[in-house]
Design a protein around this ligand. Structure first.
Ligand SMILES: *[C@@H]1O[C@H](CO)[C@@H](O)[C@H](O)[C@H]1NC(C)=O
Length: 631
């Protein structure tokens, strides 16, 4: 060993010793009340006696009779400032480029009475199946393993007894039939793991609890009746509550996890991972309640990773391991688990050269740094944060821009819709993540229009009747509906409780699915469209609109969406791009079109893999998104 190496080695050891000492001091109290204790010291509701199930009122009463405005004629006066001197052509352009004015506040339906498992982790796959999995640690669910599949032996945590687990903890949910297929997990527990879809369509799930903390599980690619391929002991550190993000080269990075102040990469299937990279930022942002778990990670347009933990954020170059930039602290509280705010990357607009490399993130809700501690020890639930904040991460010195949501939200999901609007859904208005630590569900989804002027961006939508609290999830379907499931605020499955374990699945139809607008909804002709894209290359898609004489290059958009992996209020890998439209050509019949579009220019803008492509006409997304692939 050379002298300089020795010096470096000694310094590293010293540094680690200091960090370790500091960490021990900081986490002393954890022994008493870490999140998710196996046997919580405080009984959830006092005794074995179950509380009555109250019918909680929705937070927002929807207006009882919403006027159904006809779609046409659209507003002729006002905003556009059309004077008498305007030519008729100008007026027509102004009108036809406007968004449809949909006044609906959405619609809820139950699409499955029992998905078998409570949907703690989900990902829509290119096979139109949603992979759904829960924790194994409960040793129960509402679906058994199929006949002929052997039960999984395990050792009981308390009793040191050998037992058999005959329940399925994962299912494949068919979005066309709403039926499930139970799946067996035999190796490490995927409880509080991460996930993502690899460039070839393979679902890759990483980390979890106990023997699962260093596991990787694979499903697929693109096969019917696949089973998991599981590998334990792959990683150099435990990845329990870590975040997974696909990189431009198609690899996955894993960031953080409980007491893992590092990141590492998921190796090729079957191989051991390389050493983790120590990442002090995660340690520095860990506080009394941690609040640094499931960090919000977004891939910026320059290939760097935006990482947000607690109330701080930075840009990391995942290749050189250099911190490229640090951003201003976001005041107001803690945003990551267990305070559990929400975050998304706003749509990237490639159709305008001025915005083609702009990357902006949003961070909303959460709770105060000690809200979890207070909830755990006193069962007093602090109100969730109400602020929503935007930061342009592609600028050198951006500032947070804040606004207020109609309601506070913790443990909610922030989904990007195919038309570029965002949806805040699920979660609670009081308390934090973790078992028994929240109250007053936020039944009410809220629409957010990022392009509208500040103050006019939020619309309160129709509330659900079902509480979707801790361990609930949601995802955008190709139909534009939102699949909503899960919610289990306990350490087991409970049928009767203030918040019973939910295995029902709902579909929420956002306003753009209002049936009054069906005749304006683009229908993509998949057989006449290209589905295999090349970076920067032109490709074509055919579509028709029933009442579609008015379409121009300027009143349609083409979006490309990567369905995320969602757990614990964060949708990993979620990304929506508006593609550059080259040309719109009318085909034979009226209302029939062929659009020529430029595929994303690089793998930093769009990491390789499967995306859902939508044609959007004046704010209405295509009736069914089409799977496309880029590599
Ligand atoms: C950021 O979070 C830390 C840890 O919870 C807290 O101590 C600090 O006061 C916060 N900073 C601001 C500006 O809110």
């Amino acid at each position: 060993m050379s002298h300089s190496l020795k010096v470096f080695f000694v310094f590293t050891l010293l540094f680690l010793a200091v960090v370790e000492a500091k960490h021990k001091k900081k986490h002393k109290h954890k022994i008493r009340h870490g999140p998710k204790p196996f046997l919580p010291l405080i009984p959830p509701f006092g005794s074995d006696e179950l509380p009555p199930v109250p019918q909680l009122p929705p937070i927002f009463e929807p207006p009882s009779n919403i006027p159904q405005l006809p779609p046409f004629p659209l507003k002729q006066d006002g905003e556009e400032g059309q004077g008498v001197e305007n030519t008729q052509q100008d007026a027509k352009e102004g009108i036809e480029n406007k968004l449809f004015e949909v006044t609906s506040i959405g619609h809820w339906e139950i699409i499955s009475e029992n998905a078998g498992v409570s949907a703690m982790h989900i990902n829509l796959l290119p096979t139109n199946k949603i992979i759904v999995y829960d924790a194994k640690v409960y040793r129960t669910s509402r679906i058994k393993l199929p006949d002929g599949v052997p039960c999984v032996p395990y050792r009981d945590m308390g009793g040191q007894e050998d037992k058999l687990d005959c329940f399925a903890h994962a299912v494949e949910y068919d979005i066309e039939t709403n039926q499930v297929r139970p799946l067996q997990i035999t190796a490490g527990d995927p409880w509080c793991s991460s996930g993502g879809v690899a460039p070839d369509g393979t679902f890759v799930s990483a980390g979890g609890f106990d023997t699962g903390a260093r596991s990787v599980r694979y499903m697929g690619p693109n096969c019917q009746n696949c089973e998991w391929r599981e590998y334990d002991n792959i990683f150099g550190a435990d990845r329990w509550y870590a975040t997974q993000q696909i990189l431009p080269n198609g690899e996955f990075i894993l960031v953080g996890g409980r007491r893992s102040f590092s990141y590492e990469f998921i190796p090729v299937e079957g191989q051991r991972g390389e050493k983790p990279y120590f990442f002090p930022f995660l340690y520095e942002t860990s506080d009394i309640d941690e609040n640094n778990l499931y960090p919000f990670v977004h891939l910026s347009t320059d290939g760097n990773l935006f990482i947000f933990s607690n109330n701080r954020s930075l840009l990391l170059n995942p290749t050189t391991h250099k911190i490229v930039r640090t951003f201003p602290v976001l005041p107001g509280g803690s945003r990551n688990y267990p305070a559990s705010g929400m975050s998304a990357l706003l749509p990237i607009n490639l159709n305008d050269p001025a915005t083609a490399t702009k990357a902006e993130v949003m961070v909303c809700g959460g709770n105060l740094p000690d809200a979890f501690h207070i909830a755990e020890t006193t069962k007093i639930f602090l109100p969730a944060l109400r602020d929503c904040n935007r930061l342009t991460i592609s600028e050198p010195f951006p500032e947070w821009e804040s606004e207020l949501m109609p309601s506070g939200r913790t443990m909610g999901d922030l989904l990007v819709l195919p038309n570029g609007d965002l949806l805040l859904i699920n979660g609670a208005t009081m308390g934090t993540a973790a078992w028994w630590d929240a109250d007053l569900p936020n039944y009410t989804p809220v629409l957010y229009k990022p392009e509208d002027p500040k103050g006019l961006r939020f619309t309160v939508l129709k509330p659900s009747q079902i509480a979707r609290m801790y361990h609930s999830t949601s995802t955008v379907l190709p139909s534009g509906k939102i699949w909503v499931s899960g919610s289990n605020t306990h350490n087991t499955y409970r049928d009767v409780d203030k918040f019973p374990t939910e295995t029902r699945v709902e579909a929420f139809s956002p306003p753009y699915l209002d049936a009054n607008f069906d005749k304006y909804r683009p229908q993509i002709d998949e057989d006449a469209s290209e589905k295999e894209l090349a970076y920067g290359g032109l490709f074509e898609a055919s579509f028709s609109v029933e009442d579609g004489a008015e379409l121009t290059k300027n009143n349609i958009k083409v979006s490309m969406y990567s369905p995320p992996f969602t757990t614990h209020g964060f949708s990993m890998g979620q990304r929506l791009l508006f593609l550059k439209i080259d040309e719109l050509n009318v085909q034979g019949q009226e209302g029939s079109y062929r659009v020529r579009v430029e595929a994303p220019p690089s793998n930093a803008i769009a990491p390789p893999g499967y995306y859902l492509l939508f044609v959007v006409y004046r704010g209405l997304p295509a009736a069914k998104g089409m799977w496309v692939h880029i590599q």
